[in-house]
Design a protein around this ligand. Sequence first.
Ligand code: FRU
Length: 463
Amino acid sequence: MTPLPRPLLHFTPPQGWMNDPNGLVYLDGEYHLFYQYHPESLVWGPMHWGHAVSRDLLRWEQLPIALFPDEHGTIFSGSAVYDHANSSGLVPGGGLVAMFSYHTQTQGLAYSSDRGRTWHKYEGNPVLPAKAENFRDPKVFAFGGHWTMVLAAGDHLEFYRSSNLTSWEQTGRFDAELEVGVWECPDLFPLVHQGREHWVLFLSVADKAPNGGSGTMYWVGNFDGSNFVAQTGPQWLDHGTDNYAGVTFNNAPEGQRLFLGWMNNWKYGREIPADSWRGAMTLPRVLTLESSGSQATEPRLVQRPVAALEKLYASGRSLVTGPVNGLLKLGHVTQPFDLKLRLESAEGVGAVLRWSGDDWAFEVHWDPAGQLTLHRSLPLSATFHPHFVLPVVMPLPASKNLSLRVVGDFTSLELFANEGRNVVTALVYPATFELELELLAAGTGVFLLGGQISTLQAPEPGI
Ligand code: FRU
């Protein structure tokens, strides 16, 4: 295998180990990304909050580590808000306040009055004691003139309210019959759908994601400021193996709901190929609610890469449309790339999109009866963990049409099927990074209705 290149479109830490995104907040033209960080090692260890800022979520400037372990413990996941009215009394004139878990499962605060450049821990830490063995990952947001928090408490979620970020009162809890390991990294946010406000509740679970290991689920329902009541059953945010602990930005401009996830899986996360850094975030995605087909009454989340990605198109070409008889060579693809194609299968015959190099291939199998499967079992040099070579399967609504967008960035593929309604995020380790793209049909009646391959240029570093 050639040396591991860094992804160009995905955030990666300068060195060492990274897991969850933390403290996602927008302020004065900057998106702040904090992240679970162990700078001295390629594996998880005493956690810090690393920090970076961006103006478009694609060009990141690395900043000094924001939060270091202290006498109360190491710094686990959490969130950050813009306390513009200084309700906390910690940031005269307004500033950022972060709320995080210590590894002891108590909750602490830190604050910054200089656009997140320097951070101070609150003297009264911890502000909330540990109520359970697993009691962590506070997501705080402004709602109805006060602060609301959702927190994971082992096998349920708890909701809290505060007027000053320092003292918290529990308002409710959320239970669900799930056998999914420890509950982690919740989020709760409103989205308007068909003129009505709905609330989306996120939960990341350590085990039993659709293709194994860790994954994120969500419910759509109502939140009255105290409690969340689900109106849908749990849905998986992503059927890929590599989108975990994702949360959304507070205070994002234009009411947008912007998401980043950790592109990895605790099942094999410590073993993925790495030399000086380990871990990447997903592409930044815009979340909306839509309903379609038989789910007309049940809104579902839709994920699309932020529009800024398309500003990085360097060169592009349209694919020749027409019937796919056997094998259709789509040509050479340079990384990173953004591929969009539309397929039709008149007679129910499936098609395979295949990337290959000298002695390896990845394949996406489309079955119009209702399934998309990613095979990333080759090359064999990627067998760092037996789970990694299993097929990644995603159910789809049965349809003779498929629209598929694939963003590839050296060591990841993000598949957005049906305009982002069905998503697979997967790490991949090809033997070489020059790709030949092919489309194969197992019989007659498969048409390539349209397609475009764009090569993306690296965002310039810094902002
Ligand atoms: C999720 C998680 C969180 C925790 C953090 C520790 O990946 O386990 O629950 O706060 O990572 O790094």
